[in-house]
Design a protein around this ligand. Structure first.
Ligand code: DER
Length: 234
């Protein structure tokens, strides 16, 4: 099975939690894309009705619009029944790293407002510790003096062997999020211990908008692997 087939299997499994009449948080990324496609398909075939989607990015909004999924936002629906989204890392306590797609702020707002947050991953996303995949921890920062903020972040996380790199988009220009901000990718080397304390320290920096650690937010993680699908509940 290819990685994308595993992503699709996890996504379709998560959509089994969807019931007609739900307000759904629609995630962003290559795994969540399969879930949004499946919801659109079930709506089209009359297997689901009366669904309202709350997209976590402009990209997902466009995908959902093209599928005819009725859309709204958090202002109209401050409480969401179920959100389905991918993740870049999942630790044994179901803490997540998200945001490699750059949508972490809207994802965290929407998934934080959800009664149930189902995470869908292929088995490659499972790590022993957050930061364990040696990939980045994304931090959304305001463009104003981003170098100043990036240096503060680097100092803060220096103990974890951290570098801080501005994420670049097209033609070497800074990547700009849906919210008009920049992303600084923190390259972490090892277990950061008390993630809550690290989260608080990052969020206290004035130029920081949000970071990609989703602590104690997932209610369920669906893991698709070569040997089948595993479901872990909080
Ligand atoms: O950017 C994001 O938050 C995505 O949801 C990411 O965490 C997972 O993306 P993927 O499903 O394409 O691996």
């Amino acid at each position: 099975l290819t990685q994308d087939e595993l992503k699709r299997i996890a996504a379709y499994k998560a959509v089994e939690f969807v019931q007609s009449g739900m307000v759904l948080g629609l995630g962003t990324g290559s795994t969540a894309k399969h879930a949004v496609d499946r919801i659109g398909e079930l709506l089209r075939h009359g297997k689901l009705d009366n669904i309202v989607g709350i997209p976590t990015s402009k990209k997902t909004q466009e995908q959902a619009l093209s599928l005819g999924i009725p859309l709204s936002d958090l202002d109209a629906h401050p409480v969401i029944d179920l959100s389905i989204d991918g993740a870049d890392e999942v630790d044994p306590f179901l803490n997540l790293v998200k945001g490699r797609g750059g949508s972490l702020l809207r994802e965290k707002m929407i998934e934080g407002a959800s009664k149930k947050f189902v995470v869908i991953v292929d088995e490659s996303k499972m790590v022993k510790h957050i930061g364990g995949s040696k990939l980045a921890l994304p931090v959304e920062v305001v463009p104003f003096c981003w170098k100043f903020t990036s240096e503060k972040l680097r100092n803060l996380l220096e103990g974890y062997g951290c570098e801080a790199n501005l994420r670049l988009g097209e033609k070497g220009k800074p990547f700009v999020t849906d919210n008009g901000n920049y992303i600084v990718d923190m390259r972490l080397e090892e277990d950061m211990g008390d993630l809550g304390a690290v989260s608080d320290a990052i969020l206290r920096l004035p130029g920081v908008v949000e970071h990609g650690m989703f602590l104690d937010m997932a209610s369920t993680v669906i893991i698709a692997g070569e040997l089948g699908v595993k479901i872990k509940h909080k």
